[in-house]
Design a protein around this ligand. Structure first.
Ligand SMILES: Nc1ncnc2c1ncn2[C@@H]1O[C@H](COP(=O)(O)OP(=O)(O)OP(=O)(O)O)[C@@H](O)[C@H]1O
Ligand SMILES: [Mg+2]
Length: 397
């Protein structure tokens, strides 16, 4: 296969995965389908997808939305709240998401556009444009009338057999700092519960666990409203299915030893799986991904991961030649995020021990490591940096 004629890479390192390449997560899906059915029958629900950066929260939410729209008469709205700071911003972004909604049936689209006509600018060649000024002018009203807005939306689609709304509030990092957001969410759930005819609403928040904690700190009752679904790294079977299916989609097969490497280094992290898969895809020149292709792919991916996900100062420090043998040792040890100083020291020479001590102090100062509860225990604060050290050492070999 010619490198230049390879066509589109089937890997998506920087964005939620398209539905047809979505892999695994059966346990979580089964659980949420139950929740979706409750909503379809009229009962409001609220879930929180909690998990580390890049673990696959947005992809799972987006897959479930697709599923619910097809199977359960649900209208899904996926709102990305990145950059939102106020409740007005939340309302603005929600209206935008509804307008940009990808709905396949014309009749529904027509009704939504009629409902939101005053926020829609000129119809252009490229579809609808949004009149941001008009939405912004109404932002406060929209945030205060958020539930009525959603109810009205559903009301207008009742004849199209839409039975409920899945509202995904994603990328909540910025907004959770705002105390009002916690009150807003609790208010939305409560106001709905006590209203005469509650809106069949599946409220779905996606965020790292610290954000959920922050919301609870801001308003204690938040703790009780969400069914928390923890999203964990993928297991071996899911990873294998991922690499097999994705490479197969471009007519490439993965040899067993290459598969072992790809899985070991991406460690169940969807984000890494895509980055490693992508670089391997571009480096492979035939129908078989073999051990050499995978090794080269991992080495190339290491640099990208280092630059993107490791703080610049830490990245520079990790490149100091002083630390090379220590990093090799850390890479080889099979711990997850926490290790004991004593365990690593075993097998280090006297001078390496000194450097190791210095390394630990420096990394603590830079924030890559923190002390654990046990004596001599250290914990990596950034999983991708821990994995970066492992990736990197393959290149040094
Ligand atoms: N089930 C899956 N199957 C295939 N690829 C996936 C799956 N889940 C996630 N990915 C891929 O992993 C990467 C991270 O996924 P996603 O953006 O959904 O994670 P996230 O938890 O929302 O991350 P963030 O915290 O950055 O918002 C993306 O490249 C996405 O395409
Ligand atoms: Mg996300």
């Amino acid at each position: 296969m010619d490198n230049l004629n390879k066509g589109k890479s089937p890997f998506y390192p920087g964005q939620p995965v398209p539905v047809d390449l979505f892999i695994g997560r059966l346990t979580e899906i089964t659980r949420i389908i139950r929740t979706i059915k409750q909503v379809e029958m009229g009962k409001p629900q609220a879930v929180f997808f909690s998990g580390e950066y890049g673990i696959g929260k947005s992809s799972l939410a987006s897959f479930l939305r697709y599923y619910a729209e097809r199977n359960n008469h649900i209208l899904g709205i996926h709102v990305f709240l990145g950059g939102a700071e106020t409740l007005g911003d939340v309302a603005t972004k929600t209206v935008e998401a509804v307008i940009k909604q990808q709905i396949y049936e014309e009749t529904k689209l027509e009704k939504i556009r009629n409902f939101l006509a005053k926020y829609i600018g000129q119809q252009s060649l490229f579809g609808v444009s949004i009149n941001f000024d008009a939405i912004k002018a109404d932002a406060l009203n929209l945030s205060q009338g958020y539930l009525p807005f959603l109810k009205e939306l559903l009301e207008r689609l009742k004849d199209d057999n839409v039975k409920g709304i899945m509202l995904i509030l994603d990328e909540i990092n910025g907004i959770t700092e705002n105390k009002q957001f916690s009150h807003f969410i609790k208010g939305l759930v409560d106001e709905n519960a006590v209203s005469k005819s509650p809106l069949p609403l599946l409220l779905m928040l996606c965020g790292v666990e610290e954000r959920r904690k922050q919301m609870i700190d801001n308003h204690q009752p938040i703790e009780r409203i969400f069914d928390v679904v923890e999203i964990n790294p993928m297991n071996e079977t899911e990873m294998k299915e991922f690499f097999t299916k994705t490479f197969n989609s471009v007519n490439m097969n993965v040899a067993d030893d290459a598969m072992t490497l790809l899985c070991r280094y991406s460690a169940g992290f969807p984000k890494l799986m895509h980055i490693v898969g992508d670089s391997t895809f571009w480096l492979n020149n035939d129908a078989i991904v073999d051990k050499n292709d995978a090794t080269a792919g991992i080495i190339e991916a290491a640099e990208e991961i280092g630059k993107k996900f490791v703080d610049q100062q830490i990245y520079n420090a990790l490149h100091s030649s002083d630390y090379r043998s220590i990093l090799a040792k850390l890479a080889k040890e099979k711990f997850d995020l926490s290790f004991k100083k004593g365990d690593i020291e075993k097998g280090l020479s006297e001078s390496e021990r000194k450097k190791f001590h210095n390394f630990l102090q420096r990394m603590k100062k830079l924030g890559l490591l923190k002390s654990g509860e046990e004596y001599g225990e250290y914990i990596f604060t950034n999983r991708l940096a821990r994995l970066y050290i492992q990736f990197k050492s393959l290149g040094n070999k």
